[in-house]
Design a protein around this ligand. Structure first.
Ligand code: ZN
Length: 349
C-alpha cells in the first residue's frame, strides 16, 4: 500500500510498500482502521534527520507516523466495544499482555512493547492498519479527527501532570514551549494549577503558549530569569512543580532552582547522554523527582477532556497537509518553523 517510507537517514519517499502479512492479519480482538489524520512528531522528524534515536536505529526502510485517528472498517470475531464506522484514535504502543511490566500496570515500560514508527516496527502513514481493540478508543462526535490525532502527544502531558500529583492552586513551571511543553502546560492547568509559567528561547513559541490560556505566562529564558520571576511571584517560596520538557542538558541542570521546598520535578524531555544533576539542591528541598516514558492508561481521559472542552488542542494544530504532500511536510517540519506547533497529514478518505 502507498506509504510514507523513511528509506534511510535524510531520504523519504511516498511509494507502494509491502507490509508483512503478519501486520495486516486481523486477529479476533483486532480492528482494521482506515487512517484519517496523522500528526508529525518530533521523533518522526528525528529519525528522518538523524536515522536513529538512542538505541533505535533505522537499518531498513520504515513507515513513519504514530499520532493517529481514523475509522474502523473491519472488526475481529471477538471485538465487543467497537463496530464498523466508529471514529477512533489509537494508542501506538502495544505491550506483551503477559509481561511482568504489563501485569504490574506499567505496560509502557514493558521492554517488549511494540511502538509504531520505532525501528523495526512500522508506523501508520499509510491507508489502513490493524490494531488491538484494547488500544483503540472510540471518539465522541464532538472530537474531530484532527483533535483525536493530538491525543497521543497530549497523553504525554497528562501522564506527566498525573505523576506530578498536582493539587488545586499549584504553581508550575514548564521548561520548553514545543508541542510537548504546551500539552503539558494545558494538562497542568486541567489538573488544577492556578498558573503555569512556560519558558523557552523562541519568542514566537512563548506567544503561542500565552495565547492558550490567561493562566499561562511565557518567560523568555534568554532575557529573564525564571528563578527570579518565580521568587518574585511567590514571595520567595518557589513553584510546586517543574516540568522539564526541553531535553536540553543545560535546562535540565537547573530544574531545582525555581522549585519550592517539598516540590516535584517531572523529567519529560529525552536525554540521550548522562546529564549533570544538582543533588544538593534537590536534597535541601526534599524534592520529589518523577520520570515518565510515554504514558499509560490516559487515552480515555484525554478523549474525555477534549470532548468536554477541559482541554482545547485546536490552537496547537498550525498546518495540515494532504498525504500526497507528506514528503514536503516532513521537509518543512525538519526546518522547525518557529510559528508552527503541530503539523498534521490527512489521508485520502
Ligand atoms: Zn509523538
Amino acid at each position: 500500500m502507498k506509504s510514507l517510507v523513511l528509506e534511510k537517514q535524510d531520504e523519504l519517499s511516498l511509494r507502494d510498500f509491502p507490509i508483512e502479512r503478519q501486520e495486516e492479519t486481523l486477529g479476533p480482538r483486532d480492528v482494521r482502521i482506515k487512517l484519517h489524520t496523522v500528526g508529525i512528531c518530533g521523533s518522526d522528524v528525528h529519525y528522518y534527520t538523524h536515522g536513529r534515536i538512542g538505541p533505535f536505529v533505522v537499518n531498513e526502510p520504515m513507515i513513519l507516523g504514530h499520532e493517529a485517528s481514523g475509522t474502523v472498517i473491519e472488526t475481529g470475531a471477538e471485538v465487543a466495544s467497537l463496530k464498523v464506522g466508529d471514529r477512533v484514535c489509537m494508542e501506538p504502543g502495544i505491550p506483551d499482555p503477559n509481561s511482568r511490566a504489563t501485569r504490574l500496570g506499567m505496560y509502557n515500560v514493558d521492554p517488549a512493547v511494540r511502538f509504531w514508527a520505532t525501528p523495526p516496527v512500522h508506523g501508520i502513514l499509510r491507508p489502513t492498519c490493524v490494531h488491538p481493540e484494547a488500544f483503540t478508543f472510540k471518539l465522541p462526535d464532538s472530537v474531530s479527527f484532527a483533535e483525536a490525532a493530538m491525543v497521543e502527544p497530549l497523553a504525554v502531558g497528562v501522564h506527566a501532570a498525573t505523576k506530578a500529583m498536582i493539587k488545586p492552586g499549584d504553581i508550575a513551571v514548564v521548561m520548553g514551549a514545543g508541542p510537548i511543553g504546551l500539552v503539558t502546560a494545558l494538562s497542568a492547568l486541567a489538573g488544577g494549577c492556578a498558573r503555569v509559567y512556560v519558558t523557552d528561547l523562541a519568542e514566537k513559541k512563548l506567544q503561542i503558549a500565552e495565547s492558550l490560556s490567561p493562566a499561562i505566562t511565557g518567560v523568555d529564558a534568554a532575557k529573564e530569569s525564571i528563578v527570579e520571576k518565580i521568587k518574585a511571584d511567590t514571595d520567595g517560596w518557589g513553584c510546586d512543580v517543574v516540568f522539564e520538557a526541553t531535553g536540553s542538558p543545560k535546562a535540565a541542570a537547573q530544574v531545582f532552582e525555581p522549585l519550592a521546598p517539598g516540590g516535584c520535578v517531572v523529567m519529560i524531555g529525552g536525554q540521550p547522554d548522562p546529564i549533570s544533576y544538582d543533588a544538593g539542591a534537590a536534597m535541601i528541598r526534599e524534592a520529589r523527582v518523577e520520570n515518565i516514558f510515554r504514558y499509560a492508561h490516559v487515552f480515555p481521559r484525554c478523549v474525555a477532556m477534549l470532548a468536554s472542552g477541559a482541554i482545547d488542542v485546536k490552537p496547537l494544530i498550525t498546518r495540515t497537509f494532504s498525504f500526497d504532500e507528506s514528503v514536503r511536510a516532513f521537509e518543512i517540519a525538519a526546518s522547525a518553523p518557529p510559528a508552527d506547533v503541530k503539523m498534521q497529514i490527512e489521508l485520502p478518505q
